[in-house]
Design a protein around this ligand. Sequence first.
Ligand code: ATP
Ligand code: MG
Length: 352
Amino acid sequence: MRGAKQWKQLKLDVTAQEAPVDNFLTASGTFTDGDLRLNQRGLRLISEETQSSQSPNTEDVELLREDLEVIKVIGRGSGGTVQLVRHKGQGTFYALKGIQMCIQETVRKQIVQELKINKASQCPHVVVCYHSFYHNGVISLVLEYMDRGSLADVLKQVQTILEPYLAVVCKQVLKGLVYLHHERHVIHRDIKPSNLLVNHKGEVKITDFGVSAVLANSMAQRNTFVGTYNYMAPERISGSSYDCKSDIWSLGLVILECAIGHFPYTSTEQEGSLSFYDLLEAIVDRPPPSAPADQFSPEFCSFISACIQKDPKERLSSLELLCHPFIQKFEDKDIDLAILVASLNPPVNLDL
Ligand code: ATP
Ligand code: MG
């Protein structure tokens, strides 16, 4: 059994943050850092403001906090609360994610980067962040509302997802990952069922990369980490360097969990859940989980094994996985995820 001391590297990895710095908050409640300016009226990247030749983007659309009426709380995460809100004028629904500000020097540098990515994101498989506000110590992100909640919500209702539907889910998540990895050159770092959102059209989108992930992580890491290590790749747990392939490991675990109906790492006795340190030890030291060949197609088993390899170099990239036989197998079968989600209870009833 690995002792707490041996996980020192991990602890360093997740707690290595500098002391909080507050001097970037002006008396007027504006948060500035380099080219980032965030206040009650919203977010601006000053460098982009000065580049007047650039075409207008979503940040330029006037979206005021007072125009958003709160309908109800739809979720709570480690960083804060997610509310369903409606724009009083447009009638459009958004998800408003509020995160308590507690930003440290290194983190705010990351935020500048991440906001640029968020602003520039143009991928149908990544949740859009339309606007951000800063007010009274809380950063609020106005996100595209995904009316069928997360894959975690779906799983609670269906227990398992059949291979044809999983191929459709996978393909969409992979397209989002191809965009993040190969176009934006960013690692998501927190692929898990609650960060894969679904809507009534059967669209699946990745959320919580960028600002909210950075903020939530910095919050969670200050004292006790309250997020989950469940989907974290072995190289991250052991404190080694990591790259986009760590997201592929996480995706493989999520998809395997959807197929078998429970988190793939279990204790040997009665498939119970592992304690925190046992889980970390299992991820780092045990052979990786795989899909049982007697219950799943060879294509599915091969896909899972192409993702869940302990050596990141052995894992396929998001681009390579898009061409995997498991994804291609159902390509011309016209599988409609909207039909599956329509049969489930929506997280929020919008017959208001
Ligand atoms: P953690 O904070 O540990 O990462 P989490 O991902 O569940 O966990 P949040 O990101 O705060 O925490 O999200 C909480 C819940 O809110 C999600 O599980 C999801 O059900 C819901 N949610 C988040 N964003 C949206 C959105 N854009 N549209 C609809 N529902 C959302
Ligand atoms: Mg989340």
